[in-house]
Design a binder for this molecule. Structure first.
Ligand SMILES: [Mg+2]
Length: 237
């Protein structure tokens, strides 16, 4: 296992029941439904019934579930890493935007797939994903800011090779199901998390596994500020 796995942060939110109209305007309250929610997910899985779900478990991919390669700071100058990380500096996109970089992990996708990318997973997270899948009252969600058109098939191959299954498999779409444009990864994640929470309104806990502390903190503040009562928040970061 490469020794670059970032610290894992777990945010556990204790939520109060809320009205599904809390996020809408008085004239056009949003209608939350499984049909609407399913449009976020890349797979064909039927979503579990609303009344069954009591907990929501959300797993980030890069450096939470999988030890995604990072540019080697012993080789690359800081400014070069900045260019590599930019979506616009290289033809086809940068390190996080072109699937060729992720596909080149280890000995390359063709070889690694046969061995389920052995050694590249955070096995503690893998165990939790499997427990979530076995927990019938939990909704399991794979949530990444990687672009859906570019990465969905590759990341699906990777998780399938490891035998990981999710109720929802969500990557950042070019445009959201309701025509939303996203300014950032956290903007996308918060929008989707709110949709999930308002749809599965009987869930009294959401657990988010995320390696980036700032995303954890911002996401928690956004998801709790308007829809859920802040005093109902407990955290386990
Ligand atoms: Mg990450």
């Amino acid at each position: 296992m490469p020794g670059r796995l970032a610290r894992i942060l777990t945010a556990s939110l204790r939520l109060l029941p809320t009205s599904a109209t809390a996020m809408g305007t008085p004239n056009s309250p949003p209608v939350y439904s499984l049909t609407r929610l399913k449009r976020w997910s890349w797979t064909d899985h039927e979503l579990p019934p609303v009344e069954r779900i009591k907990a929501i478990h959300v797993y980030d991919f890069d450096n939470t579930l999988f030890a995604s390669p990072l540019p080697n700071r012993d080789i690359w100058h800081g400014s070069a890493i900045g260019k590599l990380s930019s979506p616009d500096a290289l033809a086809g996109g940068g390190w996080w935007h072109c699937s060729a970089f992720l596909a080149a992990t280890g000995r390359g996708a063709v070889v690694e797939e046969k061995h389920a990318w052995q050694g590249w997973w955070n096995e503690q997270m893998v165990k939790l994903v499997r427990m979530s899948a076995d927990q019938k009252e939990a909704l399991s969600v794979m949530l990444t800011g990687r672009a859906e058109p570019e990465f969905a098939r590759l990341i699906r191959r990777m998780t399938q090779s490891k035998g990981l299954d999710f109720d929802m498999f969500c990557l950042k779409p070019g445009v959201g199901p309701l025509g939303q444009n996203f300014n950032s990864t956290i903007d996308f994640k918060v929008t989707l998390l709110k949709d999930i929470m308002c749809t599965y309104k009987n869930a009294d806990e959401i657990r988010v596994y995320e390696d980036r502390q700032r995303q954890c903190v911002y996401g928690r503040s956004q998801c709790c500020s308007s829809t859920y009562h802040p005093s109902a928040l407990t955290s386990a970061c």
